[in-house]
Design a protein. Structure first.
Length: 51
C-alpha cells in the first residue's frame, strides 16, 4: 500500500479447504479477513495510519 496506508501489508493464501494445514511464515500476523477495517473500500475512507 502507498500513501496513508503505507506500511500495511495484507497477505492472502488460498487453500483447498478451510482446515488445510500450512506452514505460516514468521512475518504473518493475525487473521483479518472478517475485520471490515481491512476491506479496500474502508482503507480508502479511513486509512491504516489513522487508526
Amino acid at each position: 500500500f502507498f500513501g496513508e496506508n503505507k506500511g500495511l501489508v495484507i497477505a492472502e493464501i488460498e487453500l483447498a479447504t478451510e482446515n488445510q494445514p500450512f506452514d505460516k511464515p514468521d512475518w504473518i500476523g493475525r487473521e483479518v479477513s472478517d475485520d471490515p477495517r481491512y476491506f479496500n473500500a474502508c482503507l480508502a475512507q479511513t486509512p491504516f495510519s489513522r487508526w
